[in-house]
Write a protein of this length. Structure first.
Length: 412
């Protein structure tokens, strides 16, 4: 009897264990099924709620541009009024300009004379060298895009260029172009960004006043050669376009906005040459957004080539060039444009709009008291009594190629 009870007890325990095992299978199976469904639903929910990045977004940056910063000896002497003052203060000359430039994220100018510094001796026409404080004043005014390729870049040789390179490299947030201290620097892709809009600057000059660029050191200044009056038959000029095209190709697809500064044209004339028009068309065809001209020292027309803004010459920002009845070399141009970037999904586009132009006047007396004054300033009459006639004359020059180009009105 005892033996039979033990068998029955063993059978009973076995059945319980089997039932417990089945129950555990049911519990764990249910748990994993529920969890799997939960994860699946969660993934579906996450995928459903994940935002599709096709909402249109817009970003804006405003650019202002001025012309040649041409520092004659009378200007740097005026910046050193006090014989006991060890240095040069150009900032008062640009006070009106600073008030305008502070409203822009990007600000361009052409440094006509090399900033080789006082240590190699300052000098005037025909071989210029200017103190570093010129750059300090321009940076203080808000300028952060600087063209360095001019016909005066080689005026004081390689030493001045090295000094200039080192000076500008020490200035954070400032992009320069056109003159370099090495081939590596010349071929590097410069990119900066403001308000989610990336940009780059290239710069070239037609020549260096007959001063040869050392062989093997062509990086010291970007020179595009001209050899005649007809760009179509100028083989050397046409060949150099390939170099410009290669420079553009290195950066074009990496930035939203590409600006090219061109030192070109005939001095003291208001009409673009065949070379200027040919190069402007070439740059537009290459996808350049803005072409900024300098060198003539007087203003030239502003126009569009398709979607490319072309400013043939901004004239002088400041200089001590002698004047005449029309003050041509004392009247410069400040141009501005709004740059809008539209992004939708993976696509983006750039639009230039709200172009405006402001005439400027460089005032001085007795080769002292230099000051750059906008024609729109209520103070303009204190610096030039004939301002209305000059305004009308040079507004017509600006609009010569496109009558829709605006020029800021005179102050009431």
């Amino acid at each position: 009897m005892k033996k039979r009870r033990r068998v029955k007890r063993k059978l009973k325990i076995g059945r319980i264990l089997i039932l417990l095992f089945i129950l555990l299978l049911i519990i764990f199976g249910t748990y994993f099924i529920v969890k799997g469904l939960s994860n699946k639903n969660s993934n579906i929910e996450n995928n459903t709620n994940k935002p599709v990045d096709d909402e249109e977004k817009q970003y804006e940056v405003n650019l202002v541009m001025v012309g040649d910063n041409l520092i004659h000896s009378s200007i740097y002497k005026d910046a050193n009024k006090n014989a006991n003052y060890d240095g040069y203060d150009f900032k008062p000359m640009y006070t009106y300009i600073k008030e305008i430039v502070q409203n822009y994220e990007l600000a361009y100018y052409n440094q006509e004379t090399i900033l080789g510094g006082e240590e190699i001796g300052l000098s005037d026409y025909p071989t210029f060298n200017s103190p570093y404080e010129v750059g300090d004043a321009m940076i203080d005014a808000g300028f952060n895009l600087v063209s360095l390729a001019t016909n005066h870049t080689m005026d004081r040789g390689e030493k001045a260029i090295i000094n200039s390179c080192n000076y500008w490299k020490s200035k954070e947030g400032v992009m320069t172009a056109g003159s370099y201290c090495s081939e590596e620097d010349r071929n590097s892709v410069q990119i900066m960004e403001k308000n989610n809009i990336s940009y780059s600057l290239l710069s070239y000059t037609y020549g260096t006043n007959g001063i040869a660029v050392p062989s093997g050191k062509e990086y010291l200044v970007n020179v595009w050669p001209t050899n005649g009056n007809n760009p179509e038959t100028d083989n050397e000029y046409q060949e150099y376009k390939k170099t410009v095209s290669e420079d553009i190709a290195r950066v074009r697809d990496k930035v939203d906005v590409l600006i090219v500064a061109m030192h070109w044209g005939v001095e003291y004339t208001h009409t673009p040459t065949a070379y200027q028009e040919d190069m402007a068309q070439f740059l537009a065809d290459e996808g350049v957004d803005i072409v900024i001209g300098s060198h003539p020292h007087v203003v030239m027309p502003v126009t569009w080539i398709d979607d490319t803004l072309v400013i043939y010459s901004l004239g002088n920002l400041i200089s001590a060039q002698e004047t005449d009845l029309d003050y041509a070399k004392m009247v410069g141009l400040l141009s501005s444009v709004k740059i809008t970037k539209t992004v939708k999904g993976e696509e983006s586009s750039i639009k230039l709009s709200d172009v405006n132009n402001e005439l400027l006047f460089t005032s001085y007396s007795g080769w002292r008291n230099f000051k750059v004054v906008p024609f729109s300033s209520p103070d303009i009459g204190n610096y030039i009594s004939d301002y209305e006639r000059l305004y009308n004359k040079y507004s017509e020059v600006i609009k010569e190629m496109d009558s829709t180009i605006p020029v800021a009105a005179l102050s009431n």
